[in-house]
Design a protein around this ligand. Structure first.
Ligand SMILES: CC(C)(COP(=O)(O)OP(=O)(O)OC[C@H]1O[C@@H](n2cnc3c(N)ncnc32)[C@H](O)[C@@H]1OP(=O)(O)O)[C@@H](O)C(=O)NCCC(=O)NCCSC(=O)/C=C/c1ccc(O)cc1
Length: 457
């Protein structure tokens, strides 16, 4: 599949000190939608809807403008544009292929509560009542896991016994099972993209539940028969917003060169990191994390679409923030007995109170409001989604896809966002909305968002 050509058109006539660059219409109509115009200095305020103008300062920093004009022949840049250096035939990076995978075991949450409450699982008195309550409140009906409680009980007593050194056993289980779903979701994404896999230039793998050396990225190069020259790396323990950070990173790499094709893979096996209930029954957080997290993997191929590639989302803007004074809200320690996750009870309140401000700052410059976008929010937990819906005044259909992923798969940490975006694509446009925001929440509390223009129908 031929990459998009970078046909630079030098415009010496624009390289003047005039305060107004009158019209870009001659240049822009050559390609209809998706032309990027790169100019030095700032000042371009105005473009046609669907056409982005990139404004590059002399230092190479960029900002973008998107506009309200609908007439391609009336595109004006009414700013100070001393050096319009080139017109680059370039479309915004797009998600060109996507795939997801889950491990084979499925737990229904009513069974899950019963398993955890079995006497041989050492549940202290009263634990089963609490577990049952949490399972019911979680909004999760079923989830997939790589290992079953019985397997862990029989084969890995160190994992089963609360607090015993078991990190090595957990990573061994991750190695065995993690590669399978990483390969599966990547193959699906590559097939979905339909391009020649030798064109993949970058591979980045994220996981917050396991680590291997050589890592999954290295192993995937061979397993997927990718070029040995692919630029690759692995990012560990970033947290649940890892998938959205993956999208943002892929977007930035794709923007740098139309030939780049980036494969992002997120693999999470929370089941191998689950901590048993402590005999003193003081670590209620263990029960929460044991319950809400599920296993899954997701992959996307991102690049500037060539003439033969059809994206289903265009990536328009990425934004990141942290919520001040929340460093203890979501935190994870890597200990000898595995990952010790701490989710404070204030997470839903903190996330929902900051999400509105964050979303407003992402949407305002495009003239969009909360109602005009689909919310592909991280299915972190039912109270988080409920609180966002309430605080931001959303209609029920706006978080429907996040809720259905939570209900059927649980919180799959960094991989979750790909499952939610896949739901958007499968269901088609909801209420005629042209936009979706991929929204992730991670440790501290960090928030990541990517504004996507829906191309799918
Ligand atoms: C299903 C829960 C646990 C309960 O639902 P509820 O609507 O709050 O129900 P209740 O109000 O009836 O509460 C039931 C009980 O649970 C208790 N509880 C309520 N949250 C808690 C609590 N975080 N602790 C420990 N007891 C609690 C609550 O206090 C209460 O007990 P009690 O006080 O004795 O009546 C719900 O609160 C829930 O889903 N909480 C988790 C939300 C959450 O923080 N999600 C994580 C988002 S961020 C993320 O996904 C990324 C993580 C990450 C991954 C990997 C990394 O490496 C790094 C980061």
């Amino acid at each position: 599949m031929a990459p998009a050509s970078d046909s630079a058109v030098e415009e010496p006539s624009l390289a003047n000190t005039g305060a107004v660059m009158k019209s870009l219409s001659d240049l822009v109509v050559q390609n209809g939608n998706g032309v990027h115009v790169r100019c030095r200095d700032d000042g371009l305020k105005d473009t046609k809807a669907g056409i982005e103008i990139k404004i590059m300062s002399d230092l190479g920093t960029e900002s973008n403008g998107v506009a309200a004009h609908t007439n391609t022949n009336d595109i004006r840049c009414e700013g100070y544009v001393p050096y319009a250096v080139k017109l680059v035939e370039q479309r915004p990076p797009g998600i060109l292929g996507m795939g997801t995978a889950n491990p084979p075991h499925t737990y229904k949450m009513d069974e899950f509560a019963k398993i955890l409450a079995k006497p041989e699982f050492n549940g202290p008195p009263g634990a089963e009542v609490f577990v049952d309550r949490i399972c019911k409140a979680s909004g999760i009906k079923k989830k997939h896991t790589a290992v079953t409680a019985d397997e862990v009980y029989a084969g890995y007593p160190n994992i089963y016994n609360f607090g015993e050194p078991s990190l090595d056993d957990r990573f061994k289980l991750f190695e065995k099972q993690g590669m399978n779903i990483s390969i599966e979701c990547s193959e699906r994404a590559l097939k979905d993209w339909g391009g020649d896999r030798s064109a993949i230039t970058h591979l980045i793998v994220f996981s917050s539940t396991g680590m291997l050396t050589p890592a999954i990225d290295y192993r995937l190069l061979e397993a997927l028969n990718l070029s040995p020259n692919v630029k690759h790396y692995f990012v560990s323990f970033l947290g649940c917003h890892g998938g959205v950070i993956g999208l943002r990173t892929a977007c930035e790499i794709a923007e740098a060169d139309p030939k780049h094709r980036v494969l992002i893979v997120c693999t999470e096996l929370s089941s191998v990191q689950a901590q048993n209930i402590d005999p003193a029954f003081t670590r209620l957080n263990n029960i929460v994390t044991l319950t809400i997290f599920g296993d899954g993997a997701g992959a996307v191929v991102v690049g500037q679409p060539s003439k033969t590639e059809v994206p289903f989302f265009e990536m328009i803007r990425c934004k990141s923030t942290i919520i001040p004074n929340t460093s203890k809200s979501i935190s994870v320690m890597i200990t000898q007995h595995g990952l010790d996750a701490n989710l404070e009870k204030d997470v839903p309140k903190n996330v929902s109170s900051s999400t509105g401000v964050f979303m407003k700052s992402l949407l305002d410059e495009f003239g969009l409001d909360f109602a005009s976008v689909g919310w592909a929010a991280h299915p972190g937990g039912k109270p988080i989604l409920d609180a966002i819906e309430k605080v931001c005044g959303l209609l029920p259909d706006q978080l429907e896809n996040s809720r259905s992923v939570l209900e059927n798969k649980g919180n799959m940490s960094s991989a979750s966002v790909f499952f939610v975006l896949d739901e958007f694509r499968k269901k088609g446009r909801v209420a005629g909305r042209d936009w979706t925001v991929a929204l992730g929440f991670g440790p501290g509390i960090s928030i990541e968002g990517v504004l996507l223009r829906n191309i799918y129908h």
